[in-house]
Design a protein around this ligand. Structure first.
Ligand SMILES: Nc1ncnc2c1ncn2[C@@H]1O[C@H](COP(=O)(O)OP(=O)(O)O)[C@@H](O)[C@H]1O
Ligand SMILES: [Mg+2]
Length: 269
């Protein structure tokens, strides 16, 4: 039997801010190629856990291994850069730099490499924009001139600029209306297949959760209390799980009620 490769391995992680304990004995493995979604109450430490995986926070105890390296081992800036270039990030806040054009936002990670010519950068940026269905006519626009859905797509293009193997999405569809959320989910699914991505995502949105996740990890009481498929985790006995999936059940029922009647039979004229 072959075991799937752990691209990220979190072992006995404790995170503290001063006396405030955020995570205690968190254990989690993220398999290569999967979409793992992290859910938990507001302030439960989801974003901080992503930041631990990114090496932006220090473990108080325990280890976070990424691509087989403990983050604390990566003292060498070269090694750190090497890891960073294999990762794309779309954070909830500050998706784009407002003072830079669409083009310059996506070009930023490429320019930071200091190895590519401007001509090469131009080509790569246009390819990335095309990937997320942003036409070249938008390249010179400022972020303020874009719709919410377009901003998310440009931010995704920037996250994909360095052809990462691993993509982090923190609330990628927050603030988008359902239609735009759905097209973002479809786009992400396509890109995931095309680019062999592993994705770690945080979301509260049901359609995004159901549409994208292979597995779901639940963060509560400073720990990952359950991890598994949607069917697995909704059985888990915990107040957070009960209330989270209660609202989902409510939404599913609402959806079923809204099923158009023409599916059952023709409308009487
Ligand atoms: N840099 C920081 N310094 C102090 N406290 C922080 C810092 N970052 C996050 N926190 C605290 O850690 C807790 C978890 O935050 P966060 O990971 O952002 O939660 P979530 O993303 O689940 O809503 C919150 O109580 C937050 O105030
Ligand atoms: Mg957060």
């Amino acid at each position: 039997m072959t075991y799937p490769e752990c691209i990220i391995e979190i072992d006995g992680l404790e995170t503290r801010f001063g006396d405030h304990v955020i995570h205690q004995n968190v254990n989690l493995c993220i398999y290569r190629g999967e979409v793992l979604t992290l859910i938990g109450g507001s302030g439960s430490g989801k974003t901080t856990l992503l930041r631990q995986m990114l090496g932006l926070e220090q473990p108080y105890q325990g280890t976070v291994r990424i691509f087989g390296n403990a983050r604390s081992d990566a003292h060498h800036s070269l090694e750190r850069n090497n890891i960073r270039n294999r990762i794309g990030v779309l954070f909830q806040q500050g998706a784009l730099f407002s003072a830079l054009t669409v083009f310059d936002n996506v070009a930023l990670p490429l320019r930071e490499l200091h190895t590519l010519s401007e001509r090469m950068i131009r080509e790569l940026v246009m390819v990335k924009l095309e990937m997320v269905a942003i036409g070249p006519e938008h390249a010179d626009k400022m972020p303020a001139a874009l719709s919410g859905g377009m901003i998310k797509r440009v931010a995704l293009a920037r996250a994909l600029a360095l052809d990462p193997e691993l993509l982090f999405l923190d609330e990628p569809t927050a603030g988008l209306d359902p239609e735009l959320s759905e097209s973002f989910v479809e786009l992400t699914l396509e890109l995931r297949k095309e680019l062999n991505l592993t994705i770690v995502m945080v979301t509260h949105d049901l359609d995004t959760l159901v549409g994208l996740s292979d597995r779901i990890a639940i963060l509560a009481d400073q720990q990952v209390i359950a991890v598994g498929t949607l069917d697995d985790v909704c059985q888990f006995q915990h107040p957070f799980v009960a209330s989270f999936f209660k609202s989902i059940r409510h939404k599913i029922e609402q959806k079923n009620q809204l099923e158009p009647s023409w599916k059952i039979g023709p409308m009487p004229s």
